[in-house]
Write a protein that binds this ligand. Structure first.
Ligand code: ADP
Ligand code: MG
Ligand code: MG
Ligand code: MG
Length: 394
């Protein structure tokens, strides 16, 4: 009789502890505690701690379906491999901004990584008044270094094509195409529109110039293989404290347009800013201008030091590229804002506003900004203008 190959099994809190011991991440006789702490839409996350030694690890496991929906919506386990490999790849360029990966198992769709429980998920922290003064400096550097390094400006064609193949991620890209770029712009059954906001949603669904520009952005997302993206860089994918920043959850990583990650960060920070009272807003609006400023500084330095393209030193070419990235980022920010108001997955900090009138005003303002960012993205020349636009609607 031949022994069968190991096959996928979903972990339980008990088998997760057994796995941690097998991997010798704790001593054999350690007393371990395990809790499933996942709060995302897709995956299981187990936190295993040894209270006596004040040590912990995280085991993230993909399920063969979408967690919040169930088995009726199958989803590739390969996303766990993509996530592990993306984190390892980012660590080559910015080890300070990602969790350390201890172990990866493609069969079980498992990533074992550093426990970041001493930090807070940024969306949650921003909602409770934290400002994370270094957040945008760290994210700007994370973005510039990972995106430049994986672009045609830093890599030869063969090397880049191999990396793009490694991060071929069509099922997860399709989720973004549907839930960010398509469904929120139509009266689709997966949308989640507060009844009183329905007239505003209907305006959007009938707005031909908006639909045209949104379609162009979707096509840019699908076809512009400019660099290796994180692919899901909202504020729920970032852990931080006042000193430290760590990016998690790159299961949507793929070769796409450089502006996409930047746009998602800007959109979600802007939504948190809108959800705040006026006196707490400036600290978050700072992150919108600063993330771009730091991105430009870091990207420009790398361009001058490492650009492999023969065109690199042509006057105006870097500025042209930066302007193109910014225009995309503004448009993608608009798409992300619209989907967080009308689509399936809302921004938790806005949903948490209890007072109906206030929450609806925030959503109306967000929708107006999202529309303007999409339609008029080429007119925005700087992040200060995005902030001005926000200040005009509130
Ligand atoms: P999903 O892909 O399902 O969204 P995430 O990677 O975003 O999963 O993780 C879901 C939650 O699990 C996070 O919001 C966080 O609370 C917790 N978590 C994930 N990774 C870690 C980590 N390395 N350290 C501590 N907690 C983590
Ligand atoms: Mg997540
Ligand atoms: Mg995820
Ligand atoms: Mg372009």
């Amino acid at each position: 009789m031949t022994r069968s190959e190991p096959s996928y099994e979903a972990l339980t809190e008990t088998t997760a502890i057994a796995l941690a011991k097998t991997l010798e991440l704790f001593s054999a006789d350690a007393d371990l505690i395990c809790h499933e702490i996942g709060d995302g839409n897709l995956n299981m996350v187990f936190r295993i701690t040894e209270p006596a030694a004040k040590r912990g690890i995280i085991i993230k496991q993909a399920l063969p379906y979408v967690r919040v929906i169930g088995e009726g919506w199958p989803l590739t386990l390969n996303r766990a491999v993509i996530e592990s490999e993306a984190l390892r790849h980012f660590a080559k360029h910015v080890p300070q901004y990602v969790p350390e990966i201890y172990y990866t198992d493609p069969t079980y769709a498992i990533t074992v990584m550093e426990d970041l429980s001493h930090l807070t998920i940024v969306r949650t922290g921003l909602a409770s008044g934290s400002t994370y003064p270094l957040l945008s400096t760290h994210i700007g550097e994370f973005l510039a270094k990972t995106l430049f390094a994986t672009s045609d400006f830093a890599m030869g064609p063969q090397e880049k094509r191999e990396l793009a193949l490694q991060f071929h991620n069509p099922e997860l890209c399709k989720i973004t195409e549907n839930f960010v770029f398509t469904y929120p712009l139509f009266d689709h059954e997966t949308n989640d529109v507060e009844p009183i906001l329905r007239p505003i949603a209907e305006q959007i669904w009938g707005d031909q110039s908006l639909l045209l520009e949104a379609a162009k952005l979707k096509q840019t997302f699908i076809t512009h293989a400019e660099a290796l993206l994180h692919g899901d860089l909202h504020t729920g994918s970032i852990f931080a404290s006042d000193e430290e920043t760590k990016v998690i959850d790159p299961e949507f990583a793929f070769y796409g347009p450089i502006g996409f990650d930047i746009g998602l960060f800007i959109a979600n920070t802007l939504l948190s800013a809108l959800a705040r009272e006026e006196d707490g807003r400036d600290a978050l609006l700072f992150h919108i201008t600063n993330v771009w400023d730091v991105f430009v500084d870091t990207f420009s330095t790398l361009w001058q030091q490492n650009n492999v393209e023969d065109f690199a030193s042509i006057e105006g070419y870097l500025e042209y590229q930066l302007q193109h990235i910014f225009e995309d980022a503004v448009g993608f920010a608009g798409s992300e804002i619209i989907r967080r108001i009308f689509g399936l997955a809302h921004a938790r900090d806005i949903e948490a506003i209890i007072e109906d009138a206030h929450r609806l005003t925030v959503k109306r303002n967000a929708a107006a900004l999202g529309r303007d960012f999409i339609v008029n993205r080429s007119l925005y020349q700087s992040p200060a203008q995005l902030v001005q636009a926000l200040q005009q609607v509130v």
